[in-house]
Design a protein around this ligand. Structure first.
Ligand SMILES: Nc1ncnc2c1ncn2[C@@H]1O[C@H](COP(=O)(O)OP(=O)(O)O)[C@@H](O)[C@H]1O
Ligand SMILES: [Mg+2]
Length: 228
């Protein structure tokens, strides 16, 4: 489903963020990408989203070489990968319903399908009664559930989350993890970058550890592996 072959990324300022990354992620997996700040986790995610281009190597999404995809075909990536960030990135002048609906509108989805799908997804993340609220009226955990709803409303086969619990207290973080596990159990491949050791240790999922731009460990049912 996702495959990286000898992928390296050096930024224009000469920083080598990733070197010779080789990686295979199958459909339906839940994978943690762990490592200290600056290890290259976000760069790896940006490469998959085509927000940055690799300096060398190949990146495949569903067997399609996305390093060869022209920028104007980025909708292909939008349809295949939903994404959630640490800082939520909701539209503050739109309601919760409208925030989620907007993700479907930009892909040109039929209004009837939007009216059918949005309430279903809001119910799945337990936010039905918040549909008409604005982001400023929500708690941190609710914010992140809206962001997750928006990321999965177009049914992408892959969900990527970059430090999705980074701004949340431990209880709220566990609630977000339950939502992500639930989405994974329904068949979506989930990739989550984090340095939350407790979460990674408790989940017993595949753990890919990155340090200084290299994969230092790749374990099924692993833990974080060292204290930070
Ligand atoms: N746009 C950029 N330009 C230059 N250097 C960058 C840029 N983004 C990240 N870096 C550098 O690349 C390295 C990896 O960063 P990043 O992928 O954000 O790591 P992580 O998400 O694991 O904290 C760091 O040294 C960081 O400073
Ligand atoms: Mg990061």
């Amino acid at each position: 489903m996702i495959k990286l072959v000898d992928v390296s990324k050096e930024y224009d300022n000469g920083v080598k963020a990733l070197s010779k990354i080789n990686l295979n992620i199958d459909k339906g997996e839940f994978v943690f990408i762990v490592g200290p700040s600056g290890a290259g986790k976000s760069t790896l995610i940006k490469l998959l989203l085509k927000e940055v281009e690799p300096t060398e190597g190949k990146i495949y999404l569903n067997n399609m070489d996305i390093t060869r995809v022209k920028n104007r075909r980025i909708p292909y990536i939008r349809r295949n990968i939903g994404v959630v960030f640490q800082d939520f990135r909701l539209l503050h002048n739109k309601t919760i319903y409208e925030n989620v609906a907007f993700a479907m509108e930009i892909l040109g989805t039929h209004p009837k399908e939007i009216r059918r799908r949005v309430p279903m997804i809001l119910s799945m993340v337990n936010l039905s009664r918040r549909a008409d609220s604005f982001p400023d009226q929500l708690s941190g955990g609710e914010h992140q559930r809206v962001a997750i709803a928006r990321a999965i409303v177009n049914s992408p086969p892959v969900l990527i989350a970059d430090e999705p619990t980074g701004n949340l207290d431990p209880d709220t973080a566990s609630e977000i993890m339950r939502v992500l596990m639930d989405i994974n159990a329904r068949g979506t491949t989930v990739l989550m970058a984090t340095h939350a050791k407790d979460i990674v240790d408790s989940m017993k999922k595949r753990v890919i550890a990155i340090e200084k731009g290299s994969i230092i460990r790749d374990e099924e049912r692993g833990g974080y592996g060292y204290d930070i």
